[in-house]
Design a binder for this molecule. Structure first.
Ligand SMILES: [Zn+2]
Length: 396
C-alpha cells in the first residue's frame, strides 16, 4: 500500500495584503494546516473551505478559499496548489463532508459531450418525427398530378409478378362502374382513377400515387355485393385524392436523402435497400390517414347515394381478416421473388379495427335515413367478381 501524499506546497494570500506566501500544506482528517516560513501556521477547517471555480474539473491549479469571521467583517484567504493529486487526496483524507464545490464533478468537456449525446439524438428524433413529415407533406401537396402519375406507374411496373395486376375485363368493368358512381360525389378531383385486379388471394387493396388502385382477388372474394366493394373502393380513392401514398413516399425519400448526408457515402446495395423500403413504407399509411380515408370514404358513399351498410359490413369482415393476417399470415407469403415477401409484409397491414367500424356506424347514424340507389342491379355479382372455382378433382 503506497502512502497517500499529505504534504503539498502552495501559494497563500491572507486577504489582508497582496503579498504572496509560499506555504507548506498538510492535510489531516478535519483541517489542513498551512505553514508559513516566517509566521505561525494557519489552520483551515474543511467546513469553511470552498473552491473558487470548478471550471477546470479535477485539473490543477486548484484555487481554494477560506473565509474567516472577524468583528470587522469576513476575511477571505486564498490558496493555490498546483499538484495534480492535491484535490483527490484532500477528498480522501477529509473525515467531514466537503462543500459541493470541492466534490467530484464532470469536467466541462465531459458535460459538453454528455449534452451532445443527449441533445443530438433528440434533435435527430425531432427532425425525423416532426420536421421531415411536415416538410414532406408540404412538398407532397405541391407536386403536380402528372408527377404522381409517373411515380404510380413506376411502382406498378415494379410490382412482383405474382402480385401484379392482370387483365380481368369483366371485373374491371364492374369496378369501373362502381368507381364512376362514387366519383359523382367528387366531380372536381383531378385524378384519373384506374382500378386493376390482381389474381393474388390476399385480402387487400392498395392505392398508388396518381390514381391506380389494385384489388387483390382475395378481397373480391369476400365482397358479397357491389355496395360492400364500393366501401373499400371509396376508402382507396380517398387515399389517392388526399395524396396519402405520395406523402408517405416523399417522407421516405427525404429521410433517405438526409440519412445519406449523415452517414456519408453508402454503397449501392444499402442505397437500393433504402429506396425500396422508402417506397413500400410510403404505401403504408398512418392511423390518421386511415381514419381520414374511412371518414371521407363514407361521406362519398352517402353523397353518391350508395347503401352505406355495405361499407360497414365490409370493414367488419376486414377486421376479422386482420386477425387472420396478424396471427397466421397468408400461407403463400414467401414467393419465389425476393421482393414478394416484403410486399406481402407491407400489404398485410391494412388495419380495420373495431373502432373504425364504430366510427363508420356513427357516421351512418348521424347522416339520418336516406334512400339509396342499388349498384349494378342487373349484374351476376358473384359470377363476375368472385374467383371461378377451380376444376374439381375426381374422387378416387
Ligand atoms: Zn387504407
Amino acid at each position: 500500500m503506497s502512502a497517500r501524499k499529505l504534504q503539498f506546497t502552495g501559494a497563500y494570500f491572507d486577504g489582508l495584503s497582496a503579498r504572496k506566501h509560499r506555504v507548506t500544506v498538510n492535510l489531516s482528517p478535519r483541517q489542513m494546516m498551512l505553514s508559513l516560513p516566517e509566521d505561525r501556521p494557519v489552520a483551515w477547517s474543511y467546513a469553511d473551505l470552498r473552491r473558487q471555480s470548478q471550471d477546470a474539473g479535477d485539473h490543477p491549479p486548484f484555487h481554494l478559499e477560506h473565509s474567516v469571521r472577524e468583528p470587522q467583517g469576513d476575511r477571505l484567504e486564498t490558496l493555490t496548489v498546483d499538484d495534480p493529486v492535491f484535490l483527490l487526496n484532500l477528498r480522501q483524507t477529509s473525515a467531514i463532508p466537503l462543500h459541493s464545490s470541492l466534490k467530484k464533478v464532470m469536467g466541462s468537456r465531459y458535460v459538453a459531450l454528455a449534452v451532445a449525446v443527449l441533445v443530438i439524438p433528440l434533435f435527430l428524433y425531432g427532425l425525423w418525427k416532426v420536421v421531415i413529415p411536415e416538410l414532406s407533406d408540404r412538398v407532397a401537396m405541391q407536386v403536380p398530378v402528372s408527377w404522381e402519375e409517373k411515380l404510380g406507374a413506376k411502382i406498378l411496373e415494379g410490382l412482383p409478378k405474382m402480385l401484379a395486376p392482370a387483365p380481368h375485363p369483366e371485373k374491371e368493368k364492374a369496378l369501373k362502374a362502381i368507381a364512376d358512381r362514387l366519383l359523382t360525389a367528387l366531380p372536381d378531383q383531378p385524378y384519373n382513377i384506374r382500378v386493376h385486379v390482381s389474381s393474388h388471394k390476399m385480402v387487400n387493396a392498395v392505392a398508388l400515387p396518381g390514381g391506380h388502385i389494385i384489388f387483390f382477388q382475395g378481397l373480391l372474394d369476400i365482397a358479397q355485393s357491389p355496395e360492400e366493394l364500393a366501401g373499400v373502393l371509396a376508402h382507396e380513392i380517398q387515399h389517392v385524392v388526399h395524396r396519402h401514398s405520395t406523402r408517405g413516399i416523399i417522407r421516405g425519400l427525404t429521410s433517405k436523402i438526409l440519412l445519406t448526408l449523415f452517414v456519408g457515402d453508402m454503397n449501392g446495395s444499402m442505397e437500393m435497400a433504402l429506396s425500396l423500403a422508402g417506397e413500400l413504407d410510403g404505401l403504408r399509411h398512418s392511423r390518421n390517414m386511415e381514419r381520414e380515408a374511412d371518414r371521407k370514404g363514407m361521406d362519398m358513399i352517402l353523397t353518391a347515394g350508395i347503401d352505406p351498410t355495405g361499407m360497414v359490413r365490409m370493414f367488419e369482415k376486414l377486421g376479422e381478416q386482420e386477425k387472420f393476417l396478424v396471427e397466421g399470415g397468408p400461407a403463400d407469403a414467401s414467393g419465389p421473388e425476393e421482393d414478394t415477401a416484403s410486399w406481402m409484409e407491407y400489404l398485410s397491414t391494412h388495419p380495420a379495427g373495431n373502432d373504425r367500424v364504430r366510427q363508420l356506424k356513427n357516421q351512418v347514424a348521424n347522416a339520418g335515413k336516406k334512400s339509396y340507389t342499388p349498384l349494378l342491379p342487373d349484374m351476376d355479382w358473384n359470377g363476375t367478381i368472385h374467383q371461378a372455382p377451380g376444376p374439381k378433382l375426381k374422387g378416387i
